[in-house]
Every structure is written in structure tokens, then in C-alpha cells.
Design a protein around this ligand. Structure first.
Ligand code: ADP
Ligand code: MG
Length: 311
């Protein structure tokens, strides 16, 4: 199997979207963006042994590589449309590629995004996905103002707990490992928050770091209630007292956003309509910095911050 038959066999499919004038197979894709709408573009790389352990199931790698990019589009409030895939592999293994492609396209079809091109090389395993979508208005990090409610979708810490348990060689609840390997991008929530939320980010590096990005960009501060952080049943059962380990936990791929308190009913109505829970975890304030308050109301000093590749 050569490079071209590999691409044809695993990644080339009949066109699905009408806005793809020319997909895989030429020197570049030819796409028809929506007239009058902005193009939102994001890219993320997953490297073996850095972002996923050696031996991770190919379907999990494929799902995550696309999901983390869709999560970035969600955090902007964009409608996903297209993606490209740059794949570096040590060898062309049929079973691996088959499983990779199956789960890649399963997620792609669920969000109506089409693979329009890519690059295939031999080397250490890495997967780069670039995703593109449309928006005529976006959610940004710099829109938070003092006095807004700080909200988060879903639950926090599940993926980080699964990773810690896996690395320690312990058994992991299947619900927790699913959160690590199969994140669900909050695309519908992000769309619905456009024009409603004041600021938003997806929680990929841990709440403390990512909410910190909103506060820094917006020039304000916040207080977060540790006992308000949403935990899953599986998390509570496996780690009853670690509310605040959640702050530094990465890989949640939930949305964190701020909203004027007067508009909270609309947020809850949206969340109920799309079936994604949202929880208020604190309030933005004029004083810069992120303060965390424990159950007894006392300030808790948090030394944990998000993952940084170069620290
Ligand atoms: P070029 O040499 O002109 O850059 P390539 O030989 O790299 O073209 O790729 C041929 C075609 O296959 C292009 O349309 C490219 O976008 C597509 N392609 C290559 N690798 C992938 C991949 N992993 N997934 C999807 N499309 C791919
Ligand atoms: Mg090429």
C-alpha cells in the first residue's frame, strides 16, 4: 500500500456537503464559504506519548483529535463545516487505519463536518486536525464584566481522574475513561450562547487556567465556590473529597462562560432544550485574580494551574 492508495482506501469518501466544490484528491480543497458569514479556523495536534499513551485505541485517538477541534469551534459559537487531517504514522497498519477512520467519520457525520483534505507522512505517530466553521457573531474571551455569573457545562475532573488512575495502573470506571477518550464537543451549547453569554472558553487545560484566560483577557477577577463545581456520580464515588483537584484538571472539554445574571433564565432554558446541564460556579468581580472559596467560606489557595507544554 502506498501513500495514495492509503488515502483513497481509508479517507476518501463521496462528497456530502454542497459547499465542498472539490474535496480530497487534488492539490488542495476548493470550498464555498457561506456568503456574508465569517470563517472560524482552529488546529490542534495530538502526539503519541504526549497527548495519549502508546497503545491507545485508534478509534479513541481519531475521536479525540476531531473532538478537541470541534470543542474550539463550540467555544467560539461557530457552526462546524469542514476539517483537514495531517497524519504521521510509523507504519500503514490496515486494522489500525480501519478503526481510526471508522470512528473519525462517525463523529464527523454526527456533526455534519466533512474531511476535505490532509497530509500523510511516515514518522512518529501524531494526528493534526484543522477544523473550520461559520459564524457571523462569535463568543470571545474578553467580554466578561464584574457582576456576571460564571457558568460551566457538564461535569469537571472526570477525564483527569481517569488519566491519573490509568497512569497509576489502577482500574478506572468506564464512565470516567469515556470522558477522557471520547470528549463530547458542546457545539449546540456554544451556538446557543452566541448573543447570550458575555465571554466563553472551552476547558481543555483545567478550569483554573482557562477561567484565568477569560479574566486576564477581560481585565476582571472572580470568586469561585469550590463546592459548586459540578462533579459526576462516577467522580464522586471514586474521589469523594477532591473538589479542588478539579481546578487544575485538564481534558474536560466543557464550556466555561460568563453571563449577565438577568439572562440566567435564558441560559437555563437553552441548557434544558439541548439537554446539557449547566452550573453556576461563581461570580466575576472588579478586583483582578481568581479566588476560590471552600465550603466554610474560607479562601483556599490554589497552587495547581493548567497544563503547559513548555513549563
Ligand atoms: P500534495 O503532494 O499536492 O500536497 P498529497 O499527495 O499530500 O498532495 O495529497 C493528495 C490528496 O490527498 C490531497 O487532496 C490531500 O488533501 C489528500 N490527503 C492526503 N492525506 C490525507 C489525509 N490523511 N486525510 C485526508 N486527505 C488527505
Ligand atoms: Mg502533501
Amino acid at each position: 500500500m502506498n501513500e495514495f492508495s492509503l488515502i483513497r482506501r481509508y479517507f476518501s469518501r463521496p462528497p456530502r456537503r454542497r459547499d465542498v466544490l472539490l474535496g480530497i484528491g487534488d492539490d488542495a480543497a476548493w470550498l464555498a464559504p457561506q456568503p456574508g458569514s465569517g470563517l472560524v479556523v482552529t488546529v490542534d495536534t495530538l502526539i503519541e506519548a504526549v497527548h495519549f499513551p502508546v497503545g491507545t485505541a485508534p478509534g479513541d485517538i481519531a475521536h479525540k483529535a476531531l473532538a478537541v477541534n470541534l470543542s474550539d469551534l463550540a467555544a467560539m459559537g461557530a457552526v462546524p463545516a469542514w476539517f483537514t487531517l495531517a497524519l504521521s504514522l510509523p507504519s500503514a497498519d490496515d486494522a489500525w487505519l480501519r478503526a481510526f477512520a471508522a470512528d473519525l467519520f462517525a463523529l464527523a457525520d454526527r456533526f455534519d463536518v466533512e474531511l476535505v483534505g490532509g497530509d500523510t507522512t511516515r514518522g512518529d505517530m501524531s494526528v493534526t486536525v484543522q477544523a473550520m466553521g461559520f459564524a457571523d457573531q462569535v463568543l470571545k474571551r474578553d467580554g466578561a464584566r464584574a457582576g456576571q455569573a460564571i457558568m460551566v457545562s457538564g461535569t469537571l475532573g472526570d477525564a483527569a481522574l481517569a488519566l491519573a488512575r490509568t497512569q497509576a495502573g489502577e482500574s478506572v470506571d468506564a464512565r470516567l475513561s469515556a470522558r477522557l477518550n471520547r470528549p463530547e464537543p458542546r457545539v449546540a451549547l456554544g451556538r446557543g450562547l452566541v448573543g447570550l453569554a458575555a465571554s466563553a472558553i472551552d476547558v481543555s487545560d483545567g478550569l483554573y487556567a482557562d477561567l484565568g484566560h477569560i479574566l486576564a483577557a477581560s481585565g476582571c477577577g472572580a470568586t469561585v465556590q469550590l463546592d459548586a463545581l459540578p462533579r459526576s456520580e462516577a467522580f464522586a464515588a471514586a474521589a469523594p473529597d477532591s473538589a479542588w483537584a478539579l481546578l487544575g484538571a485538564g481534558d474536560d472539554y466543557e464550556l466555561c462562560f460568563t453571563v449577565d445574571t438577568a439572562r440566567l433564565p435564558e441560559v437555563h432554558e437553552l441548557a434544558a432544550t439541548i439537554g446539557v446541564p449547566v452550573t453556576r460556579i461563581g461570580t466575576t468581580e472588579a478586583v483582578p485574580g481568581l479566588r476560590c472559596v471552600g465550603a466554610n467560606g474560607a479562601l483556599v489557595t490554589v497552587g495547581t494551574v493548567g497544563y503547559d507544554h513548555f513549563r
